[in-house]
Write a protein that binds this ligand. Structure first.
Ligand code: SER
Length: 294
């Protein structure tokens, strides 16, 4: 596995997808534009809805971006776990009616496992797929993933507010049995239990449908791909740290909190993670200059 910092992770992601014909789209403001269905931009795709609903035509049907996101629904987990934040950056590759499941799975597998890129041991990767998505399962196996590393789940259907949605395939990194005190293994994934062993790093959504304001779902005229990979979680794994907040992305902030408070991180993790996370979110919201003050 490569040793990469957060900045190197971002760059490698963009370089990889640019080399596969993707146009780099600059990240958008955290405040949604012309989208009353969302309070904040909460995923890379949220800023690109205009391309998927056909209201704007992109210069390229293959797009990659790194998008600032806020997820208020994760707030209760912030501090308690080593990996939740209200603000995070999502790296994504998107196909607007261009490639679909097979190519998306190939790109994800290659970027994660090829010695040229992240070089993660494939035996440390697990994926979940939508219950009846035999196609996704087949493509993962064709790439070289063992069948017993593939977990079908009913809940693997991604939707957020109105807009494009569809079955998804989540990719997890196995941090090993020492993060699994009850030795539950793959049951942790099968039962979707909160755990520190299998870390979700990337979600691939195969967008086939559109959800409307009245709750109905219709088929999209063209099939699309929307993926999202967390910068902070990936950096923590590739830097070999056991806690997101100990990666290069947070180190300076945590050190400053220790200095100002005169306390050490150990023993005060929960409070310090909350302070670091909330300050970071407030700073990014203010920096967006959209008239919002923390
Ligand atoms: N939209 C999907 C997610 O947020 C993939 O980017 O998980």
């Amino acid at each position: 596995m490569k040793q990469l910092t957060g900045n190197q992770v971002r760059q490698m992601f963009l370089d990889y997808f640019e080399s596969k014909g993707h146009m780099i789209e600059p990240g958008a403001s955290l405040v949604p534009i012309n989208d009353p269905s969302l309070l904040w931009i909460n995923a890379g795709v949220a800023a690109l809805k205009k391309y998927f609903d056909g209201s704007e035509v992109p210069d390229s049907r293959r797009i990659t971006n790194i998008q600032k996101c806020i997820r208020t629904n994760d707030i209760e987990n912030v501090g308690i776990t080593k990996r939740h934040q209200t603000f995070f950056e999502m790296m994504g590759n998107f196909s607007v009616g261009d490639y679909f499941k097979k190519e998306a799975i190939h790109f994800a597998f290659e970027l994660l496992t090829s010695p040229e890129y992240f070089d993660i041991d494939k035996d440390l990767l697990y994926v979940t797929v939508y219950l009846d998505d035999e196609e996704a399962k087949k493509y993962w196996i064709n790439e070289g993933l063992d069948e017993d590393h593939i977990v079908p789940l009913e809940g693997n259907f991604w939707e957020i507010g109105e807009g494009p949605c569809g079955p998804d395939s989540e990719i997890f990194y196995d941090r090993g049995p020492k993060y699994d005190p009850e030795k539950q293994g793959i049951k942790l994934l099968e039962k979707e239990l909160e755990n520190d062993r299998y870390i979700e790093i990337w979600n691939n959504v195969f967008m086939e449908f559109e959800k409307h304001s009245d709750g109905t779902i219709t088929e999209l005229p063209k099939k699309n791909v929307d993926t999202g990979m967390g910068v902070e979680r990936t950096a923590a794994i590739l830097e070999g740290v056991k806690d997101n907040y100990l990666s290069s992305i947070w180190k300076d902030v945590i050190e400053l909190i220790c200095e100002i408070s005169g306390l050490s991180y150990e023993g005060n993790e929960k409070s310090m993670r909350i302070i670091a996370d909330h300050i970071r979110t407030a700073v990014f919201v203010s920096a967006d200059n959209a008239g919002i003050k923390p």
